[in-house]
Design a protein around this ligand. Structure first.
Ligand code: FEO
Length: 435
């Protein structure tokens, strides 16, 4: 057999990859790949015991479907397992629930062997499939499917659920109706490699399930909620994800756990009141003075629940949960060597794991000479799709009494934006020119 795969998969470490096809349900077979040597995924995720790239074969009375494939390096392994359970000429259907390369690396080689198959992808998936197959795209039969569309394999039926952004915009799930089996690709998966394959066999993998949720799904909570809205009404006896164990024991519990993970935890404590978190770092106390005054101004009306945090100690991890549920964030930073201080960048870079789109953002800070930090922080917040309705507030050296009042006014304005009644802004040109 030939393959355009790289020479070898991820180097094996303590445990070699092993195993052949495994039946997961009547006429449903796992033909995925084990990657126990992987130590990070997509550059940023730690994978302490590797991962799996799960692919499945579903055999009906009038057709055979392949659900997803594997990373390119595992093409030979995947095709060997596939050939052990099906002939190419009886495979009618290829379902691609997600087009990221860890699930489509073997697609080009598979299609060369089974060019007659009908490919089913989501509306956004077809764009990526075209990019994947390049000039070969037009050779194949491709159908775009949406929620409710079905494909018959005779006595087995695949029904599609459009579930975008559980991980990429193209993601979808596929439901094997007659067996209450849901193929979810990234959703409800985890990076955990164990050839015993089933959740009731592999031991405790909760840490991996939650770590994966935090880093893959958490930024897309809104979309996870939409996906769960489609999934929860289904009868589900088994969940077959694209990574990690097949969830055959208590599959509904994993769905309920996702629902818990995406539900706001502080909502009952703050009620409908908007929340504003003010973070600051101060070198000589000037930015701290500004932060205190911004806090006073924002808290004045009582409309908004305001909290103030000094980032001096440097550990930003405990703050991520707070930020995720806050409505507004203000960052105070001095300018040091033409930049914002590192702790502020650490916190801002941690926000990639949560949804920040639409949150109110603001920046302020003291400076001595150039004062670039405030603008840099504003640009970062805009990059995170936050709304930054007030121009950042910069004060040269320590704030005077009038400048502290300016800080309070800045806080009042932020609170007013959060409360939905933005104040008109009076621009004092003489003050601007004096800086
Ligand atoms: Fe497993 Fe988003 O790829």
């Amino acid at each position: 057999m030939t393959s355009n795969a790289p020479a070898s998969p991820t180097a094996d470490r303590a445990r070699p990859a092993s195993g052949g096809p495994q039946e997961v349900a009547d006429r449903v077979t796992w033909i995925g790949a084990l990657d126990p040597g992987l130590r990070n995924f997509d550059v940023i995720l730690k994978t302490a015991n590797g991962t799996t790239y799960n692919s499945y074969v579903v055999r009906g009375s009038a057709g055979v479907a392949v659900i997803d494939t594997v990373k390119q390096a595992f093409t030979a392994d995947f095709l060997a397992k596939l050939e052990a359970v099906a002939r190419y000429d009886e495979i009618t259907t290829l379902v691609l629930n997600h087009l990221e390369p860890d699930h489509t690396g073997a697609v080009p080689e598979f299609l060369r062997r089974a060019p007659h198959v009908h490919i089913y992808v989501s509306p956004r998936g077809v764009q990526v499939l075209r990019a994947l197959l390049k000039d070969e795209f037009d050779r194949y039969q491709v159908t775009v499917v949406e929620t409710g569309d079905t494909v018959s394999l005779g006595d087995r039926t695949l029904r599609f659920l459009t579930t975008p952004y559980v991980h990429w915009p193209d993601t979808q799930c596929t439901y094997l109706q007659e067996q209450n089996l849901l193929f979810t690709c990234d959703l409800l998966g985890c990076h955990y490699c164990d050839d015993r394959l089933f959740n009731d066999k592999v031991g405790d993998f909760r840490f991996s399930f939650e770590y994966y949720f935090d880093h893959i799904m958490r930024p897309f909570k809104r979309y996870v909620a939409q996906a769960l809205d489609l999934i929860e009404p289904l009868e589900i006896d088994m969940i077959a994800p694209g990574h990690g164990p097949v969830l055959r024991a208590h599959p509904q519990e994993y769905i309920r756990h996702y629902r818990r993970l995406i539900t706001k935890r502080l909502a009952s404590e703050t009620g409908a009141q908007k929340t504003l978190l003010i973070f600051y770092v101060s070198a000589y106390g000037a930015t701290a003075q500004m932060a205190g005054a911004v806090y006073e101004g924002a808290a004045e009306s009582g409309d908004v629940c305001v909290s103030l945090f000094d980032l001096q100690d440097g550990d930003v991890t405990p703050l991520i949960d707070l930020i995720e549920e806050a409505d507004g964030l203000a960052f105070g930073t001095p300018t040091i060597n033409g930049d914002a201080v590192r702790t502020v960048w650490d916190l801002l870079s941690s926000l990639v794991d949560i949804e920040t789109k639409g949150k109110l953002g603001a920046a302020f800070g003291s400076y001595g000479w150039t004062g670039e930090a405030v603008g840099m922080v504003e640009a970062r917040m805009q990059g995170l799709k936050m709304r930054v309705p007030e121009p950042g507030l910069r004060i040269k050296m320590h704030p005077s009494a009038p400048e502290l009042e300016e800080c309070r006014d800045f806080g009042r304005r932020l609170a007013a934006h959060l409360a939905g009644r933005p104040m008109e802004r009076e621009i004092d040109m003489s003050a601007l020119l004096a800086r």
